[in-house]
Design a protein around this ligand. Sequence first.
Ligand code: OAD
Length: 248
Amino acid sequence: MENLIKKTARDLAKSKKVIALTGAGVSVESGIPPFRGKGGIWEKIDPMEFAHIDSFMRDPAKVWDILIREMKDVVEKARPNDAHIGLARLEELGILSAIITQNVDGLHQLAGNTDVIEFHGTFALQRCLKCAKKIETAKVSLDEIPPKCECGGILRPDCVFFGEMIPPQHLFRSSKISRECEIMLVVGTSAVVYPASNIPGDAKKSGAKIIEINPENTPLTGSISDYIIKGNAGKVIKEIVSEVELLL
Ligand code: OAD
């Protein structure tokens, strides 16, 4: 692992066209549970029953009660960890130009990254189903479930539910920067949810080197990714950044 960290640092230090694709694993060390694997949310509840748009429309109170209420609490308490901080440092050093994240927690922006494509939307805002007005999640009271807008419409997170389209502007830009990058860091994603799961393959086809950081293998490992650095994102990224700083 030591060697792979040094190798990654050398590649990063030489390149100005690095982007990252991140998933729930990057926020695990911030106290936000992942969806799959050990302690995963989908182990406890069925995503089709609680995270599909049809389920939300059928019974918004149930989805707010079981999933969104807890998410609000967990996300509001979370702070960037060494993985988010390290990726922000790589931007500051002029190495990392953008992050495509499947996460909705806003922690990359809080750490300081300025170009973050929120592929699955954001949990920072709620959107009214009736008038489409957006309200900061932090300002939404949970005294009434489901919470409502001033106009009386029900609020929903400004995130992509299963069964919904990825915002087209995010698809377009992600695809463009993936085709242009030299290195893609793929951090903390199980790479099983389409279309985000196709992003590393698209980058690879355009000639990018794909480096995974994840304690577990994924469907990309040994096929799409050039190699995997096995470990927790916080520790691995911190070590990579220290090595990069020695090389600059
Ligand atoms: P998953 O929960 O599917 O996968 C989390 C990944 O993070 C796994 O591969 C873990 O091995 C890895 N992991 C766990 N702890 C880690 C750590 N400390 N450091 C690095 N990696 C770690 O999360 P995503 O791939 O992001 O979609 O899931 C994709 C989408 O599925 C989510 O955006 C969400 C979900 O359903 C929607 O809600 C639309």
